[in-house]
Design a protein around this ligand. Structure first.
Ligand code: AMP
Ligand code: ZN
Length: 460
């Protein structure tokens, strides 16, 4: 499997560093409202990546965190008059239900920021000790980006942006999210403010809470140690979040940190990033109310390459519905034809090759449809292998395709009566009458099939 790496800007082979299990970390949801389908573009593509690695025979360890303490979760839980725990649990549960509907595999480990406060404090202490962080007068602690020569490598900050950023930070610029133009020392520990309510913890610097960027560094160290195989999120996380994670982790633990960076481009609406702050979002629930299934949404989310923007439209949902129907029809024909249990990829090898080359989901779907056109001309053996290949392909994409039943056939009344008379003649050993009734049924386009003690009627 080859995948583009944001840091080296190259396609690179994915191999586990320990030679055994591919260990990867995905920045998880901030649970302060329902996740929108833009967030799910990222989570679904991470799921496809995992499925492709596993289909390729690799063992994986997938860690995805829950951000349950940050500026937004605190702000909105206080506004809702709920405890942070109750407030975030509600949105975390909805996130889990949505993931299940979208057929996303559960991560092997799902740590939460609130459950890892001590690990975050230890990391800050190390950074202060090693001269990479300093406490300000109000009891907040900042990372000194000037102390880390590698700062800016992932997001390619230019020298001007870096020079601007070499200023001592104050509480005026300690928000979790900011643009490249305001690169500066960033906050590791935020001193308690009145608007935080009861959401604070004790630390060597007084009461407060960790900055948002720290949780992933601390949890990665807890579950993976210094070096692991791949780190992932949407492109908006490249700067500052992932840049800051690299700085925190490399300066406290040493080691390589992530060996590969996988970032997905945004889902847009009318050309603008889908985001809660913009109010242009769709959730699974909103789309279900309009009659769209989670699987149709999943199809839309994988029908563009992860490095290209994808503009969400209702036309794309209509096309997804048609596409899923076509795959289901092809599968039904293959299942009816297949002689035996098939093997390998059958005619779906080109689709698999696309998928394992930089996770080319649109290329893979294109190859699936090219092959599907051939179903009718296949032999029973070919159909068996194609059925196995198509099922593996759908599994790698995480698309669950409905199994179409044979439509119930209404047998006309007169045919049923003739068949019944023929059955009675047969029981009476009146072979001439039995044959005559059978021929009459046949002439009308139906076949009588005998079992030891019964019969059935099928279309000829
Ligand atoms: P959040 O819950 O805001 O922390 O975001 C969860 C994940 O969704 C992160 O990996 C984000 O980068 C990603 N994300 C946010 N908005 C979009 C979008 N419009 N398209 C794709 N991914 C997104
Ligand atoms: Zn993160």
């Amino acid at each position: 499997m080859r995948l583009f790496d944001t840091l080296s800007r190259d396609l690179r082979e994915l191999k586990p560093v320990d030679g055994d299990t591919f260990r990867f970390y995905c920045c998880g949801p901030t649970v302060y409202g329902p996740a929108h389908i833009g967030n799910f573009r990222t989570f679904v593509l991470q799921d496809v990546l995992r499925r492709v690695l596993e289909t390729d025979g690799l063992k994986t360890c997938h860690v995805r965190n829950i951000t349950d303490v940050d500026d937004k979760t605190i702000r909105d839980s206080v506004k809702a008059g709920e405890t942070l725990t109750a407030f975030t649990a509600k949105w975390r549960d909805l996130f889990h239900a949505d993931c299940e509907a979208l057929n996303c595999c559960e991560p092997h480990i799902e740590p939460s920021a609130v459950e890892h406060i001590p690990q975050q404090i230890v990391m800050i202490e190390e950074l202060v000790e090693k001269g990479h962080a300093y406490a300000s007068e109000d009891g907040s602690v900042y990372f000194n980006i000037g102390s880390f020569p590698g700062y800016g490598k992932l997001s390619r900050l230019d020298t001007r942006e870096l020079e601007l950023g070499k200023t001592q930070a104050t509480s005026a610029n300690n928000s979790d999210e900011y643009e490249k133009g305001s690169a500066a020392d960033f906050v590791l520990w935020k001193a308690r403010r009145p608007e935080d309510g009861e959401n604070y913890w004790q630390s060597p610097w007084g009461e407060g809470r960790p900055g948002w960027h720290l949780e992933c560094s601390a949890m990665i160290r807890e579950y993976f140690g210094e070096t692991f195989d791949l780190h992932s999120g949407g492109v908006d996380l490249v700067f500052p979040h992932h840049e800051n994670e690299i700085a925190q982790s490399q300066c406290s633990c040493g080691g390589e940190f992530a060996r590969h960076w996988f970032h997905t481009t945004h889902l847009t609406v009318d050309g603008e990033k889908m985001a809660k702050s913009k109010g242009n979002l769709y959730t699974l629930e909103m789309l279900a109310e309009k009659g769209w299934s989670a699987m149709e949404v999943r199809y839309v989310l994988i029908c563009a390459h992860y490095r290209k923007p994808l503009n969400f439209t209702f036309e794309s949902l209509h096309s997804a519905r048609e596409a899923i129907q076509k795959i289901a029809n092809a599968r039904k024909i293959l299942a009816a034809k297949a002689s035996d249990q098939g093997n390998g990829w059958g005619g779906y090898e080109p689709a698999w090759e696309k998928l394992s080359s930089d996770l080319n989901t649109p290329g893979a779907l294109g190859a699936v449809f090219k092959r599907i056109k051939k179903v009718k001309g296949l032999s029973a053996e070919e159909a068996a292998d194609d059925l196995a290949g198509l099922d593996r392909m759908m599994d790698a994409l995480g698309l669950s395709i409905p199994v179409l039943e044979d439509e119930a056939i209404d047998v006309p009344r007169d045919i049923e009566e003739l068949a019944q008379k023929r059955w009675e003649a047969k029981l009476a050993k009146d072979w001439a009458a039995s044959d005559a009734f059978r021929d009459e049924v046949l002439a009308k386009g139906w076949v009588i099939k005998d079992a030891p003690n019964s019969y059935s009627i099928e279309k000829r």
